[in-house]
Design a protein around this ligand. Structure first.
Ligand SMILES: [Zn+2]
Length: 253
């Protein structure tokens, strides 16, 4: 049943809220623009640190919702024990399910926090999908996916996060421009460390140890039941022993 209508009271009538002008600007700017690339490594996505220094960046995602809202305390403990810095990409639904854990991680300078989206969907202007997850369908939805959690993180952190990684890490090249328009950098990876936390420890160790200077490694910290923490423990030992140093994305990007 629709709500009862009330008589207009002239200038005191309740006005509709103003449209989100930032969103409207993005929608207008990308009207009719057709993307031509799709994947994890398209123009606009940073997949490696721009350096030849003997460094690499570990990044861990927390995808939330049906993609896992756990918190891998063992992995966090490991990083703290070894004083290994990392960038943690958190989805808004994961934050909602882990308020205390989020506050604890955000307060620790060992970790920097990135935006892992609002609904955790691939970032597309045309509804492309990845791993059977339907992506955003237009520029407005791209804006919503970035800006929803960007607002939440800005409120919680007291400043906007500098980095964004889409759910599934898939983008088209136009969507990466909208990430930039909203003041963030689109981050990918060149080393897939745990394949969505599906690998056993030996596989994680093997995958991560393929890192070379400048690598950005992706893993997950929302699946404590997975092999990520144990595999990372071995990989960190070996990579440290080979002279590689772990850095934040913000040290180089
Ligand atoms: Zn994710």
């Amino acid at each position: 049943m629709p709500p009862a209508t009330t008589a207009s009271t002239g200038s005191s009538a309740v006005q509709a809220p103003p449209p989100d002008s930032a969103r409207a600007k993005i929608v207008a700017r990308y009207q009719g623009v057709r993307p031509t690339s799709w994947g994890t490594d398209v123009p606009g996505v940073i997949t490696r640190l721009p350096t030849r220094d003997a460094v690499l960046a570990l990044t861990f995602d927390a995808c939330g919702g049906p993609h896992g809202s756990g918190c891998d305390a063992g992995l966090i403990r490991l990083l703290r024990k070894r004083s290994v810095p990392a960038t943690l990409f958190v989805n808004e639904r994961w934050i909602q399910a882990n308020r205390k854990e989020f506050a604890d991680l955000a307060a620790d300078p060992l970790f920097e926090i990135g935006n892992h989206g609002t609904r955790h969907v691939p970032l597309s202007l045309s509804g492309r999908s990845a791993y059977n997850i339907a992506g955003t369908r237009d520029a407005g939805e791209v804006y919503d996916e970035i800006a929803g959690n960007l607002d939440t993180l800005t409120r919680l952190l007291g400043k906007p996060p500098r980095y964004f990684r889409s759910g599934t890490a898939h983008y088209d090249e136009v969507a990466t421009k909208i990430v930039t328009d909203l003041g963030e950098r689109a981050i990918g990876f060149d080393i897939n460390g745990d394949q969505g936390a599906t690998l056993v420890p030996d596989q994680v160790e093997h995958a991560v140890c393929a890192a070379r200077p400048g690598s950005i490694v992706i893993g997950h910290f929302n699946h404590p039941e997975g092999g990520t923490a144990r595999g990372m423990a071995a990989a960190i030992r070996r990579l440290s022993g080979s002279g590689l140093r772990f850095v934040h994305l913000s040290d180089y990007i």
